[in-house]
Every structure is written in C-alpha cells, then in structure tokens.
Design a protein around this ligand. Structure first.
Ligand SMILES: Cc1ncc(COP(=O)(O)O)c(C=O)c1O
Length: 424
C-alpha cells in the first residue's frame, strides 16, 4: 500500500472509470423519437388515438408499487405537496417532518402554507424516530411524513400505528427508495399516499419527474386535480382531437404534469431498476462486511425490510478516527483516493442553509407564521451526530464490479491507517 495519501500528492487507490448515472436503456431512444412525432408532447394537449406515455407510466408504476392509483407529476417536490394537500393538509396545519432529509421534505410543507415540525431520527437507520414523532404530535398536527432515507426503510409498523391512533395520514416520501419492500409490500403503498421523485440522481429517473401513489380513490382524484390546474383525466371513450383532461372545477390545482418525453424515459428505466437494485445490494453487502474491519458501521434498515434499495451507501466512521479529524477531512481524503465524490450525510434541517423560510417574502406575510416555521426552534442532536460522523456516496458506484468494491475498502483502509498525516 502507498504511504502517502492521494490528497497529499500520493498515488490514488483507484483510477477506475466509475459507472455514470443516469444510464439510458434500450427502449429510450425509440420511445423519445415516437413522442417527437406523436403530435402530443404532454397530456394537456389533444388525444391522438392511443394511450399517452404518461398514462402508460401511471399504470406501470401503480402496478410496480402494488397500488390502485398513480398520479405522475413534474417533480418529487410537487408530488409531496400534492400528496399532503390531497390528504387534507392546508394552511397553518402542522406536519411532522424528519430532520434528516433533503430540503424538499420541509419546503413542500411550506409550499402549501403548512408548518414543518422537525423531529429527530433513529441513530442506526437515520429514518424518523417513532418516539420523537409521537412526542411531536399536537392538536394542530394534520399529517406525518416519513422519509425512507438512503438505504433504509423507516419503522412503518410503529409509524402506521401512531398515525392510526391519532387519525392522521402517513405520507411516505420514497424519493430514495424506488423498489424497496417492507413485509413484502412496496414502500409508498403502506401509508395514505407515497410520494416519489424521479430527479436525475434517483434510482428511477427521467432527469425530472415524480409520482403520487395511493389506494384511496379520493386522494387520487384530488391529486389528479392538483397537478393539472383543476382538471382530471377523462374516463369516457375519446376521439382524436378531444381533450383528455376534463375541466371539472372540483378542486383548484396548478400545473405539475409529467411531459410525454419524461414518461417515455421512465418506462424505459422501469424495465431496468430491479436488476440494478439487486446489483447494488450485492455490492453494499460486500462493503458492509469489509468496512466493518476498520470499525465502520453501515447504515441499518428497519427489521421487516424484505427488499432493501440503495440510493446512497452510508457508513459511520469509527470514533477513534473522528477524535483525530472531522468527517469533512476523511471525505476529502476518500474522494482523492477514489475519484468519485464522497459526501457527508444531510445537514440537519434546523441548521441547513437551503432551509431558510425567512428569505422568502411569502412566508413573512404573517409574523406568527414566520416564527412557527423558524427551523432554529428545533433540536436534532441525533441528526447532527449523523451529519458529523457518516460518509456517503451515490448508488451508481455500487453498479461497478465487485473488484471495485475492494478498491473502496482499500481506500478506507489507507485513509484510516494514515489519518495522522492529515490531522490538524
Ligand atoms: C427525500 C427527498 N424528498 C423529496 C425530494 C424532492 O424531489 P425533487 O428534486 O424531484 O423535487 C428529494 C430530492 O432529492 C429527496 O431526496
């Protein structure tokens, strides 16, 4: 093993070309060309005599998730806001949100004039702690959101029980977990609604996109209206030139429709995801076992997980290393050894520069509301500790051959063995 760390000018452990993401599948190009010439680039244009790609994707994704309904959307953020509103959440309602997540988990709540109540997570799974959720519920709580973070499924047994006891909808944010299963059921199908993101880094992607899945016909109908300016898909037979979206006026909405191009790409990607998830699982199992030799503790998933998926591989560094250097130093050293970006876990949402409601005039209209949405009022020690001790990297890395996982293990070994060289 080389003596000098790559970050100090030594040789890298790996100069391999790591897999890129996203990766187009075999159907994508032909389908995109078909959309180009179809005379219909979105569902809000006239019917052209055959089911839209959007409708095909909705049917295929509902089947994939084992739900009655799927309403595709333009982004994951839109799917979260729509799922919340479709479940009856509105202005000044409190919504429980995990403190460890991407900013959208909170901004989607703010986007419907509700109040994100940030709660701490479990130190092993990094998913919301059911006891913290139960403690955060007040008479103003109108929904609980849960994020299946990185590669773990949250404790859905405990959370569905809390939601049932309080008569609250549980909204599953599945942006990281396409294809994950809990006690045999797909995530997203267990709560009142599931919200997915198909943004460019996600396991199922079209660059941008999203979906709401549910078994509740009323939630689906409201989601349909909310994402297409108050219209919903016609259930009657159509002639070429008819508009497929009916102006019912039942519920006002905004435009968050998924375009035909995006739907075509998502159908292509849906064929590939199960095989990719399986390969990621094998690589992650190898890494868990190899990195444990250097005292790293991989993220754990909740008991009851029957199919685990990996959006980011995450592992906690040993205390002895973190006593010498901060996590950011290890991250820089690993990135230099491996040539792909290693990152920390999310910055807690009570201390995240992207979560700043006070920078938007729309939230300042009411000073009482502004005080309630101030993220600084929450305390999230477990989330903070995860941010300061966990390193993560993207799922595409796990698609590399198993020899490449050995290179990752060697990089961890080298960096931990030579940590004194980069101590402050
Ligand atoms: C947990 C989580 N929720 C929601 C979103 C929002 O999705 P989008 O970027 O598609 O709006 C993301 C995106 O990264 C996410 O990671």
């Amino acid at each position: 093993m080389a003596h000098s760390l790559a970050i100090l000018g030594g040789a890298q452990v790996s100069d391999r070309q790591w897999p890129r993401w996203p990766q187009p599948g075999p159907r994508a190009l032909k389908s995109l060309e078909d959309v180009l010439h179809s005379g219909r680039w979105t569902i809000s244009c006239a019917y052209q005599g055959r089911p839209s790609y959007e409708e095909q994707f909705a049917d295929a994704f509902a089947e994939y998730c084992g739900t009655e309904f799927c309403v595709p959307t333009s982004t994951g953020s839109a799917s979260l806001s729509i799922a919340l509103e479709a479940c009856g959440v509105g202005a000044f309602d409190e919504v429980v949100v995990p403190g460890l997540s991407w900013v959208a988990s909170a901004s989607a709540v703010l986007g419907i004039n509700a109040i994100p109540v940030l709660v701490d997570v479990d130190p092993a799974t990094y998913c919301v702690d059911p006891d913290a959720v139960a403690a955060a519920i007040t008479e103003r709580t109108r929904a609980i959101t849960v994020v299946h973070a990185y590669s773990s499924i949250a404790d859905l047994t405990a959370l569905t029980e809390i939601a049932r006891r309080h008569g609250l909808p549980l909204i599953e944010d599945c942006a990281h977990a396409h294809g994950a299963r809990y006690r045999g059921q797909a995530v997203g199908s267990i709560g009142a609604a599931g919200a997915f993101s198909m943004q460019g880094t996600k396991l199922l992607t079209a660059g941008e996109g999203g979906a709401v899945v549910t078994n509740d016909p009323e939630v689906a109908d409201r989601a349909d209206h909310l994402r297409s300016d108050g219209r919903r898909r016609s259930r009657a037979p159509l002639n070429v030139g008819d508009m497929e979206l009916l102006e019912t006026g039942h519920m006002m909405g905004s435009n968050a429709c998924l375009s035909e191009f995006h739907a075509a790409v998502l159908l292509d990607q849906l064929d590939l995801i199960d095989g990719q998830n399986m390969r990621r699982r094998e690589s992650a199992a190898y890494l868990d076992q190899r990195l444990a030799r250097f005292g790293c503790v991989g993220q754990v998933t909740t008991e009851g997980t029957t199919e685990r998926t990996y959006y980011r591989y995450a592992t906690r560094l040993p205390k002895e290393i973190l006593e010498i250097v901060p996590v950011a130093t290890v991250i820089d050293a690993l990135t230099a050894e491996l040539g792909f970006p290693v990152l920390s876990a999310y910055r807690p949402l009570n201390d995240n520069p992207l979560h700043r409601p006070d920078t938007r005039r729309r939230f300042a209209a009411n000073p009482e509301y502004l005080a309630q949405v101030n993220p600084k009022r929450f305390d999230l020690p477990v989330t903070k500790d995860i941010h300061e001790s966990v390193v993560t990297f993207g799922h595409e890395v796990l698609l590399a051959p198993i020899e490449a996982m050995e290179e990752i293990a060697l990089a961890f070994e080298k960096v931990t063995a030579h940590i004194g060289e980069i101590a402050p």
